[in-house]
Design a protein around this ligand. Structure first.
Ligand SMILES: [Zn+2]
Length: 527
């Protein structure tokens, strides 16, 4: 059995079948019932919200010999001839490709002749904002005083591009994005009628992906059904087929970041990877999510909301998230992820690069630029507030530890200083050392955890191990090679390397220049 697309098969034929634009349908119906139609209409709204569909029903209804509650009956000869495309009373024009003065003149010429059958000639002009200036001017007069038997319906996705001269001559109707529940209910109804089995969760997902457009929703659903024809359509299948990023993933991702939750962030990245999503795209989409939050935070009485292009439901969750996010935090995240986005393009290890950025973001201790320092100050302030409010108590042991550190520093001897600047790539290795170490095998990892970093002649990176550590590293060429490659991959540059051992009876800094200290880098203990 061949499969007919739901979108074509179930194009609404009556006002009753139209979903989600009740305010418009009711008004148009009343006009038809009372015979008080206008002569020019402007339908504005994003794609797939029913502008053309409603225009067509309206065109049939005004011509129908016995309309039923404002809708075309579908039975009378006029209804039939329009449905079969034989009638000259309904003319559809795509202004995107017929936008010249010539095209408009042709319409004006036709308009002069009354309809042969039926009552009205209805001109439906799609993408009306595409008309050239000349074409618009040519149309103005006819639009202002058309013959009594003519109705113009202009449809546009970009109302702001319709000049006021046209706008003022039309009754304007704004088509809303359709709510997820409304789209889902319609999908459920159609699949039931077709005897197609679909999981509710699958429908809900597709409805959400449609982002307010019934047409997009139905064609997405069509894609899924065609793919799985004859089988039950499950949520997992839909995710597979659409491969699109579930928008809630961005909200969850940001929540993890805001909560400093490294584990949760990594699990989410894992989830995204397992779903086969492209990481560069994922990051780009996430930046858009942040951008939307930024606009929302700067929106007075909702004036920015139109710029977001998201459904009402999504807007609500985004508003809630914007409310609990600090604007400076959003700026910083946009910076960091934009930088990441350009790096990902050239990265051969996209996942690792993404993970590294996330860890750096959540562990500003490893970063020493101004933004990161500000971030640390913010965190300290937050912590101080909590302590002042009594939510956190400093433990005695922590106080003792802090005191000890001070004592130790007082006792320690002269520190070895560097006489030259540290090259950028070595700086990066030092800052991101835990990430690099995290990529090594278990045994190497255990040894490297105890390593300190310094710099030798000709800018060699010195990986320094205490004498007490096993000397596997310094002897085993394979391990040395593994580490060297990891470091080179990480900074995308060859870093000369040497392993050395330092004595246990003095502090490391007294024997070698301690890069961690010189660069003011701290690592958090592993969780
Ligand atoms: Zn009829």
């Amino acid at each position: 059995m061949a499969y007919t697309a739901l979108y074509r098969k179930f194009r609404p034929q009556r006002f009753d079948d139209v979903c989600g634009q009740e305010h418009i349908v009711t008004t148009l119906r009343n006009q038809i019932n009372t015979g008080r139609m206008g002569h020019a209409y402007l339908f504005c709204g994003t794609r797939g919200t029913g502008k053309t569909t409603i225009a067509k029903i309206f065109a049939r209804a005004v011509n129908c010999e016995s309309p039923v509650n404002g809708s075309p009956c579908g039975e009378c000869p006029t209804c039939r001839s329009i449905a079969e495309g034989k009638s000259l009373n309904v003319v559809e024009i795509d202004a995107a490709s017929n936008n010249s003065v010539e095209n408009v003149r042709q319409i004006i010429d036709e308009v002069a002749y009354p309809p042969v059958e039926g009552k009205y000639k209805v001109y439906i002009m799609d993408e009306a904002h595409m008309l050239t200036e000349g074409a618009r001017n040519a149309l103005l007069k006819t639009l202002e005083e058309p013959p009594s038997y003519v109705i113009f319906i202009l449809a546009t996705t970009e109302a702001h591009r319709i000049p006021i001269t046209i706008m003022s001559r039309c009754q304007r109707y704004d088509f809303k994005r359709i709510a997820i529940d409304v789209i889902a209910a319609r999908m459920k109804q159609l699949t039931d009628e077709e005897g197609i089995e679909v999981e509710d969760k699958a429908i809900k997902y597709v409805a959400k992906a449609a982002d307010g457009s019934m047409r997009d929703g139905l064609s997405l659903l069509d894609q899924c059904i065609a793919f799985e024809f004859g089988h039950k359509l499950t949520y997992d299948k839909v995710l597979d087929i659409l491969g699109a990023v579930d928008t809630s993933v961005f909200e969850r991702f940001l929540d993890h970041l805001l909560a400093d939750d490294v584990k949760g962030s990594m699990a989410l990245i894992e989830e995204v990877v397992m779903q086969g999503r492209e990481l560069t795209q994922f990051v780009t989409d996430f930046i858009w999510h942040l951008r939307n939050l930024m606009l929302l935070k700067n929106s007075d009485d909702g004036d920015m909301e139109n710029l977001l292009n998201v459904s009402a439901e999504r807007l609500e969750t985004m508003k809630a998230q914007a409310a609990r996010t600090d604007i400076n935090m959003i700026f910083r995240y946009i910076d960091v992820f934009s930088e990441l986005s350009s790096r990902l393009r050239y990265s051969t290890q996209k996942r690792i690069t993404l993970e590294m950025y996330v860890i750096r973001l959540l562990r500003p201790q490893m970063d020493t630029d101004n933004e990161a320092l500000l971030e640390r100050v913010r965190r300290l302030e937050k912590l101080t507030e909590k302590i002042e409010r009594g939510e956190i108590e400093l433990k005695a042991s922590q106080a003792v530890a802090a005191a000890n550190t001070v004592n130790k520093e007082e006792k320690s001897g002269e520190k070895v200083q560097l006489t030259r600047a540290v090259p950028e790539d070595i700086k990066r290795v030092v800052r991101e050392w835990p990430v690099i170490v995290g990529k090594t095998g278990f045994l190497t990892h255990e040894i490297l955890r105890k390593a300190e970093l310094s710099m030798g002649d000709s800018d060699r990176l010195l990986i320094c191990l205490p004498e007490s550590a096993p000397d596997t590293l310094t002897r085993d060429a394979d391990i040395k090679k593994e580490i060297s490659e990891l470091i080179n991959d990480h900074v995308e540059k060859e870093v000369p390397l040497e392993f050395i051992r330092y004595s246990a009876d003095r502090s490391f800094g007294e024997q070698y220049a301690d890069l961690k200290e010189i660069l003011h880098v701290e690592y958090l203990e592993e969780e």
